[in-house]
Write a protein of this length. Structure first.
Length: 420
């Protein structure tokens, strides 16, 4: 019985030892496997071949729809009150069409008086002219009579009862030619003065007539009447608001300001896509008409002073003409504009995600023969997706398109995915 107990204890101890050794062996095996796993570093990256391409850069700016031109007519207090309006709101007008007329009753009275005075002077001038002609005839007749008397005999033979007798011929009285000539000269001088009076009277009539024409205010442009304000209070200095506002009915344009960075890229004649904010998924075509050489002195759209923004960015005014039909657009609509700037040369391109910024230095990773190479590059033109590389990589090199933390120059890559 005692021997049997000893054997049980021996087998129990052996079992514990076996279990202990097995557990230690298993633990050491797992540790060994784990250690080997730590030494194997699997690196997988996504790469893409660098293609050579001329990029079209897209610049986005904002602006406002405005008419080609406009005319604002203000009341002139010197002309008095408006007597008649010739147009209504929303009416289409052409250049030269009357808009309204000032009260010209005083000018009408002055014109009638000046016309009467001119007519009276003209009657006097006609009388003087007739007198001059009459004096001229009298002078000619007197000269003829004198000439006839000089050639006529002083005496003539007359038959009488007693025979023939020499009788003295009586001379016909003749007007003094010198006196008549003097009167004619005086009358001619008087007539010249009268003609000067007629000229002055006609000038006065023309002046009043022009003043009366000025009392009718006309449109200077082809357009549409957008506002008539008949109840404007006027002072000696005039009114602060226009009595009539006209906008051109020509195709609308877009005005706005752009930063100095965009202003050096955008040129006259470049095509533009105009997208009004009130119309989703609709666009109009346009063309850049001008980009000012001078900063926007009104503060631009960013609250700038003399065109300087909070980030020391100068803003420049621009104008875009809309080439599509603008009948559905309205004055004051806000729009976004897309200007496409074509590139100037063909260079390798990579996605924006491939560029790392390391302290202001642009860096990409290139995969060559399974090894990563860190390259410092120079960038060029870009669009929303790609950017040109002017220095640092060549065509068809495999560029890591999504580098992540932990990559380094000389790292061995175990596998990679090439993206088309």
């Amino acid at each position: 019985m005692k021997k049997k107990k000893v054997l049980i204890w021996v087998f129990s101890i052996l079992g514990v030892l076996v279990l202990t050794v097995g557990a230690v062996a298993f633990f050491m095996k797992e540790k060994s496997v784990a250690s080997v796993g730590e030494q194997i570093e699997e690196v997988n990256v996504a790469v893409q071949k660098a293609k050579e391409q001329e990029l079209v850069e897209t610049i986005l700016v904002t602006g406002e729809i405005v008419p080609e031109g406009e005319q604002k007519v203000f009341i002139n207090p010197e002309y008095g009150e408006i007597s008649e309006y010739k147009v209504e709101e929303n009416q289409t007008v052409k250049a030269g069409d009357p808009l309204f007329v000032y009260d010209s009753s005083k000018l009408d009275t002055e014109l009638a008086r000046a016309t009467r005075e001119r007519d009276l002077i003209q009657v006097r001038a006609n009388t003087e002219q007739s007198q001059i002609k009459a004096l001229g005839k009298r002078i000619e007749e007197a000269k003829k009579t004198l000439a006839a008397q000089k050639n006529k005999p002083k005496t003539e033979t007359v038959e009488t009862e007693e025979g023939t007798e020499e009788v003295v011929v009586e001379e016909v009285p003749v007007e003094d030619v010198n006196q008549l000539t003097s009167e004619k000269v005086q009358m001619e001088l008087q007539y010249e003065n009268t003609k000067s009076e007629i000229t002055a009277a006609n000038e006065r009539i023309t002046e009043i007539t022009n003043q009366k024409k000025d009392m009718t205010i006309s449109s200077k442009i082809d357009g549409i009447i957008v506002k008539i304000n008949k109840n404007i209070a006027t002072t000696e200095a005039g009114a602060s608001e226009p009595v009539i506002h006209i906008i051109s009915n020509k195709p609308y344009k877009v005005i706005g300001t752009m930063s100095e960075f965009d202003a050096v890229k955008i040129q006259q004649g470049q095509e533009v896509i105009v997208r009004p904010k009130v119309y989703k998924d609709r666009e109009w075509k346009g063309v850049v008409e001008s980009v000012s050489q001078f900063p926007d002195g009104s503060g631009g759209g960013e609250g700038d002073i003399y065109g300087m923004g909070g980030g020391n960015v100068t803003m420049y005014p621009f104008k875009v003409g809309i080439t599509d039909d603008t009948t559905e657009l309205r004055h004051g609509f806000h729009v976004s504009l897309e200007v496409r700037i074509p590139g100037t040369e063909v260079l390798p391109i990579v996605p924006h995600t491939a560029i790392l910024d390391e302290g202001g230095v642009a860096v990409v990773y290139v995969l060559a023969d399974g090894i990563l190479q860190r390259r410092e590059v120079q960038t060029g033109s870009m669009n929303d997706e790609f950017i040109q590389i002017s220095e640092g990589i060549s065509k068809d090199e495999l560029v890591v398109i999504a580098p992540y933390e932990g990559l380094y120059d000389g790292m061995e890559v175990t596998s990679f995915d090439e993206v088309e």
